[in-house]
Design a protein around this ligand. Structure first.
Ligand code: G3I
Length: 409
């Protein structure tokens, strides 16, 4: 009788341990877990037109979920200097001051970019000297205004084509590739020394020639003595077309090997057809997000991840690619998606593995799959911590069994 009750108590204790470990600890979020994993931030793009939305603000201000903000539009040339010499800092100041009040880092975006230029920049017939001077004035004024509020600046944005050639723009057409070095030199001159200066681009993860051209660009700047601190990879992915974790790690590492920081600066994973996205596509999106986040964790010089808005309510994707969407971690009505939970549980596993010995756990594999539940399909992520718990519970049962047999003899 006593032996049976010991057996029951032990079983109950083991079950309780598993149940407790599955309960969502309220004291962690994406950013806090990223910090525990040794990274600098998990952040999001945001903009002033989202600020009046209290539910949005509640999530944005949660220091467990986010530790970094990027102004989605308000620091772009067309908005910040719409007329020659007429600087308009009101909206971007609001983003900066919000970041400051929430104690979030601010990644500033962006200085020299071919897009969202005001007509006076794109349509004037510049000489090399006048355009060089215009870039100098713009960068000097904008960086000086924000001073040390910016942890990092995307100094030059999207200068390359997918085939590795330089993109045609007013800057390239008048100055050639020299405009890139010039932008970095001006930025370095005026920015506080601790500000990180980035080259930022999209499809560096998927277009091999573009990736190689970006590597060559960084090397070329370095060989001229132009200091560049980081490469931002935008990571705008599509469900099911996200590169493998090995490929993403190799990409990040290739830039990191040049001696610069790297970051996912605009991560989102869009459904090709949001209306017809299947359960499988939802599961695939969760897996794609985990792959991207994991690649950053695996590369030491990857400082953090920024999602390009955290809710579908304000995602840029449907406006640019009609039919596409559902790209964010939260739904339009602020429900956390399976992708959110998958990333969170992966991070929990990662942090647990860091805190315990890797020897117990084995490799870093994380599996994501959809399982049936009474409340409908759920995305299940099996991570290292669960394998560790499983091992400990098994050891406890085996030890108890041995003890029982010895006592019955
Ligand atoms: O502010 C005007 C508004 O007054 C007007 O009524 C409305 C009508 O269309 O347009 C509003 O401006 C829009 C602006 O976003 C602010 O909402 C522009 O049309 C629209 O083109 C602009 O889109 C932005 C896009 O960059 C433009 O280049 C997206 O929000 C923004 O998410 C996107 O972000 C870029 C990154 O900066 C660089 N990497 C790619 C990424 C996605 O395209």
């Amino acid at each position: 009788m006593t032996r049976i009750s010991v057996l029951l108590t032990t079983t109950l204790l083991a079950t309780t341990t598993i149940a407790q470990s599955n309960r969502e600890p309220p004291s962690t979020g994406l950013h806090s877990l990223f910090l525990s994993a040794g990274k600098l931030y998990f952040g999001t793009a945001t903009e002033t037109n989202n600020f009046a939305d209290p539910t949005y603000q509640n999530i944005l201000s949660n220091p467990l979920e986010f530790g970094q903000l990027t102004p989605e539009n308000s620091q772009k040339w067309g908005l910040i200097q719409p007329q020659p010499g007429d600087f308009s800092f009101n909206a971007s100041d609001q983003v900066a001051s919000l970041a400051n009040s929430y104690n979030h880092l601010l990644r500033c975006h962006t200085l020299t970019w071919h897009s969202q230029l005001p007509p006076f920049v794109s349509s004037t017939s510049w000489t090399p000297d006048t355009l060089r001077q215009l870039i100098t004035t713009h960068i000097t004024s904008v960086i000086s205004h924000f001073g040390s509020a910016c942890y990092a600046w995307d100094v030059v944005n999207e200068a390359l084509n997918e085939n590795g050639t330089f993109r045609n723009s007013v800057f390239f057409n008048v100055l050639g590739e020299e405009y890139i070095a010039h932008s970095f030199e001006v930025a370095r001159e005026v920015a506080p020394p601790e500000t990180k200066l980035y080259y930022n681009d999209f499809n560096l993860e998927t277009a091999p020639e573009k990736q190689t051209a970006a590597v060559e660009l960084v090397k070329s700047l370095q060989s001229k003595g132009v200091k560049i601190d980081g490469v931002g990879l935008q990571a705008h992915f599509t469900v099911g077309q996200t590169p493998s974790v090995e490929s993403l790690i190799a990409t990040l590492q290739r830039f990191a090997d040049l001696g610069v920081d790297v970051a996912w600066t605009e991560l989102d994973v869009a459904q090709e057809d949001v209306e017809t996205a299947s359960e499988l596509a939802v599961e695939q999106q969760a897996s794609d997000y985990v792959v991207a986040v994991r690649a950053c964790l695996e590369v030491e010089r990857c400082v953090g991840v920024t999602v390009w808005q955290f809710t579908d309510r304000y995602s840029w994707v449907p406006g640019t690619f009609p039919g596409k969407g559902g790209a964010c971690l939260w739904t339009e009505d602020y429900q956390r998606k399976p992708a959110y939970w998958a990333v969170k549980r992966f991070l929990e596993g990662w942090v647990a593995r860091m805190n315990v010995t890797r020897a117990f756990v084995g490799g870093n594999e994380t599996t994501v799959r959809t399982v049936a539940s009474p409340r409908g399909p759920l995305t299940e992520v099996t991570s290292g911590s669960e394998r560790l718990e499983g091992s400990l519970v098994k050891v406890a049962f085996i030890s108890f069994g041995v003890w029982l047999v010895l006592n019955m003899m």
